[in-house]
Design a protein around this ligand. Structure first.
Ligand code: SF4
Length: 102
């Protein structure tokens, strides 16, 4: 193997390993379950419109994770919330800790 080919092979291997590591870092966290104890405590619902309005009268139509100050993620699909570390929350979900995005 000449030096240029050897260098190319080494760079390819290093590049592949870096891509594999980056790919692993992007793996999506599992979605919060409504039955998780902290989800139950916070009145969390995957679908904000299903929020328990009797138990959480502060809920108002239009509130959902996607418009919450604590939400980090795309306007649709899944994002992250520090109250549910290691889990993903749908933008359409809601919990009683909702704070309208400034
Ligand atoms: S705090 Fe906000 S982003 Fe987090 S689950 Fe509750 S409503 Fe969604």
């Amino acid at each position: 193997m000449n030096m240029n080919r050897r260098t190319f092979v080494i760079h390819s291997l290093v590049g592949s390993a870096a891509l594999a590591i980056a790919g692993a870092g992007r793996a999506e966290a599992p979605k919060v379950l409504e039955t998780d104890p902290n989800a139950v405590a916070l009145g969390y619902k995957d679908d904000a419109t299903k929020a328990d309005k009797a138990k959480f009268p502060k809920y108002a139509a239009g509130q959902h994770c996607g418009s919450c100050q604590l939400y980090q993620g795309p306007a649709t699909g899944l994002g992250n919330c520090p109250l549910f570390a290691g889990k993903a929350v749908p933008a359409a979900a809601w919990c009683s800790a909702y704070v309208k995005k400034a």
